[in-house]
Design a protein around this ligand. Structure first.
Ligand code: C2E
Ligand code: SIN
Ligand code: SIN
Ligand code: FE
Ligand code: FE
Length: 366
């Protein structure tokens, strides 16, 4: 099997054009593996990632098998990474380095193999690309090795970008978690309030039909809704009685304060946090604060967090009020359907009550 030079160029540019448009990291890895597989007419391709902390390599994508983990230096892949040199093996079964365990488990017979180790620009190991079984029982040759090496530089660059992006997301997550926990301590709100709000919001987002990325994002950022309370004086925040009108004016500023803290970040999750902080006290009928947004002018994250927050606040004891009974909460939700809350969300809540109670039970304050 062969392509001429023009066919090769067309294949490469078509493929990387399609890959460049992908945003989902899992899909990206899968398409990178297909690219490497198809450029040399192999049957399968695995992308191996080197885990520096645990000194193991593991398959990020392995066509046909579940993820495999190997100790550093083990097997043909480990060997290629160790020596940082590519390998072509056209009689795998009789190679002493070959670990036949995977074949035995999967019933797949590995005959021919190429492995290209990948490094970053600082000559640190990233992992390896492995292709298995050239189609039509052919052998891999030097020009296959050349093409796969070419593909591997592109794959290595892409993996570097993906790992960096995952690190940035992870940093945001940690930051958001720390900020949320800080706000929680300060307002003496019962311990698991933000965690429960996170889970109620996630549940509502799924029931509402948001896609999984949005559901995950909302779960992470909804605990930030009251972050602006760090700007509210203790005497007001923790007053063991109803607020008077001037105190109430100060209290309401927590939405604007939270927004001001977060609004200047370009990071995706922090932008979403800013929205939740800003809009979680807006009401469907336009009577909320700080802006008085109405209906779908309120971001879906704000509409969802509003219901999750109130459900939890009512069911919990606060320094200014006792916990409400479920009947009283249901009565308020019915009353506020289409006023405070989007009707669809209230309906979803009632249709799935027991799921909300399950979360409340699992994360109850001790
Ligand atoms: P929170 O305690 O987390 O309450 C969140 C939301 O749940 C409230 O937003 C409100 O919509 C609902 N909620 C909580 N308790 C009650 C209640 O007893 N009756 C009714 N109908 N709804 C309730 P809201 O009203 O915008 O308040 C925002 C935050 O202001 C509250 O967050 C709390 O930290 C503070 N706050 C509100 N009222 C008082 C008060 O009388 N005394 C004190 N010390 N703080 C208050
Ligand atoms: C290896 O021997 O390099 C790993 C096992 C396999 O991928 O078949
Ligand atoms: C929280 O639930 O309190 C923070 C968000 C998370 O760790 O998932
Ligand atoms: Fe609030
Ligand atoms: Fe709250």
């Amino acid at each position: 099997m062969k392509r001429n030079a023009q066919e090769l160029m067309t294949f490469v540019f078509d493929t990387i054009g399609q890959i460049a448009a992908l945003r989902n990291h899992e899909t990206l890895f899968i398409e990178l593996a297909k690219f490497a597989r198809d450029i040399v007419f192999a049957d399968r391709c695995s992308i191996w990632i080197y885990d520096h902390k645990n000194q193991k390599v593991w398959t990020k994508v392995a066509q046909g098998v579940a993820s495999i983990v190997l100790d550093e230096g083990v097997g043909i892949v480990g060997c290629a990474i160790d020596k940082n040199s590519p390998l072509i093996i056209n009689d795998v079964q009789s190679d002493k380095r070959f670990n036949p365990e995977v074949d035995i488990k999967t019933g797949y017979i590995t005959k021919t193999m190429m492995v290209i180790p990948m490094q970053n620009q600082y000559n640190q190991t990233i992992g390896a690309i492995q292709v298995i079984n050239k189609k039509e029982n052919e052998f891999f040759n030097e020009s296959d090795l050349k093409y796969l090496t070419l593909a591997s530089t592109y794959v290595a660059e892409s993996i570097q970008t993906i790992l960096l992006m995952e690190e940035i997301e992870e940093t945001q997550r940690e930051f958001i978690y720390i900020m949320g926990a800080t706000g929680e301590k300060r307002s003496k709100e019962t311990g698991y309030h933000v965690k429960r709000v996170a889970e109620y919001s996630y549940l509502l987002a799924k029931l509402y039909g948001l896609n999984i990325e949005e559901c995950d994002a909302l779960r992470l950022v909804s605990p930030m809704h009251d972050i602006g309370k760090i700007g509210i004086p203790d005497a007001i925040l923790n007053k063991p009685a109803r607020l008077d009108p001037s105190e109430w004016e100060v209290m309401k500023q927590h939405a604007q304060i939270g927004y001001d803290i977060l609004k200047n970040s370009d990071l995706r999750l922090l932008q979403a946090s800013a929205i939740v902080a800003y809009e979680h006290h807006e009401k469907w009928d336009g009577s909320g604060y700080p802006i008085g947004l109405k209906g779908e002018e309120i971001h879906i994250y704000g509409r969802i967090t509003a219901l999750a927050d109130v459900f939890d606040a009512l069911g919990s004891e606060r320094i200014y009020k006792p916990a409400w009974s479920d009947e009283k909460i249901f009565a308020l939700f019915e009353e506020e359907r289409g006023k405070h809350f989007e009707p669809k969300l209230v309906d979803l809540f009632f249709a799935n009550k027991e799921k909300f109670f399950e979360i409340r039970e699992r994360l109850k304050d001790v």
